[in-house]
Design a protein around this ligand. Structure first.
Ligand SMILES: [Zn+2]
Length: 321
């Protein structure tokens, strides 16, 4: 099967824990990925909310340098992609096609987006993490305001440069600013608020999980603007204790499909960035999920759209423009 995964935190884990990308105990390793026929992976470099400005930029560069070294060491298995033709070539040659993203936009308050994109090949920017940064306010910031001027300026440049804006983690007002900016917008790793409200028991964590998820209006906007919604495998964003495996993934997918999201539904695993049910805890388990969804009645064309071709088409448009 083919997988195009819109979000993982593996690059930061490899850097911080000093472990190799080729073989490790993380959710993602090149060895575990061998099971896939074609594999495109967005590697996000997560910037903690506490890191601002120069500190954020310096951390981003260090993690990315380490990640590039890991890629160079394994050039027979993985290729860092800039253009769509790079993705095509990588998957045809049986290599993982790697794209670079930044999660938390603080580095862009220090260095201009044109410089970072050209120098470091960033294709996607998750504007905030859960808290506040120079660009705006995350879903747990406690602030309801929209994006800051710096965030709005960044979106205009991203629009000019075909860099994708990722609204996962943003608060609601920031979401509306992003989708009305003209930039290409996705939610790389976000699930459905409505499904969580129905299936999760009351707990403090439930309210964060709901704020971190998309409501139906947001899902419909992403469908209308031709974005993507990557289903997140994080336990607390899928369902309740124990009910956070394959069946829960199916529930969130079915909800987005019910709203008409066949062409935007995708995968944003959040591998190596969160706690995941053992059924789903690794890239080598993806085929089991695919089989489970097939048994639920999803046909092979729909499954390939969700797992690969919706994201492939989206990035083909972006990276060829
Ligand atoms: Zn995240």
């Amino acid at each position: 099967m083919r997988l195009f995964d819109l979000h993982c935190d593996t690059a930061g884990e490899c850097y911080n824990k000093k472990i190799p990308l080729a073989e490790n105990d993380l959710h993602i390793s090149l060895c575990k990925g061998k099971a896939l026929d074609e594999w495109c992976q967005v590697f996000a470099i997560w910037i903690l909310d506490e890191l601002r400005g120069k500190k954020a930029y310096d951390y981003f560069v260090k993690v990315l340098e380490n990640h590039k070294n890991e890629i160079n060491k394994n050039a027979d298995k993985i290729k860092l992609c800039q253009q769509f033709s790079d993705i095509d070539e990588a998957v045809k040659n049986g290599k993982c096609a790697a794209l670079t993203a930044v999660e938390g936009g603080s580095p862009f308050a220090e260095k201009d987006v044109v410089f970072i994109a050209k120098e470091h090949g960033v294709k996607l920017i998750t504007l905030t993490w859960n808290g506040e940064n120079e660009l705006g306010y995350g879903c747990q910031s406690g602030v309801d305001s929209g994006l800051k001027e710096c965030g709005k300026t960044l979106l205009r440049s991203m629009c000019d440069m075909n860099i994708v804006a990722d609204v996962s983690h943003l608060n609601r007002a920031g979401f509306y600013d992003a989708v009305s900016s003209g930039a290409r917008v996705i939610a790389s790793h976000s699930n459905c608020e409505k499904v969580l409200l129905k299936t999760r028991k009351d707990s403090e964590d439930k309210f964060f999980s709901c704020r971190r998820s998309l409501n139906d209006e947001q899902i419909k906007i992403l469908i209308e603007c031709g974005g993507l919604i990557g289903i997140n495998f994080c336990k607390s964003f899928l369902g309740d204790n124990g009910d956070d495996g394959f069946e829960a993934v199916y529930r969130h997918m079915a909800h987005i499909l019910d709203l008409g999201g066949e062409n935007v539904l995708a995968i944003g695993s959040d591998f190596d960035g969160c706690d995941i049910n053992p059924e789903l805890s690794g890239i080598d388990k993806i085929e089991n999920l695919n089989r489970f969804l097939a048994d639920k009645g999803m046909d092979s064309v729909l499954l390939d759209k969700i797992f690969f071709s919706n994201s492939q088409k989206f990035f083909k448009n972006i990276l060829q423009e």
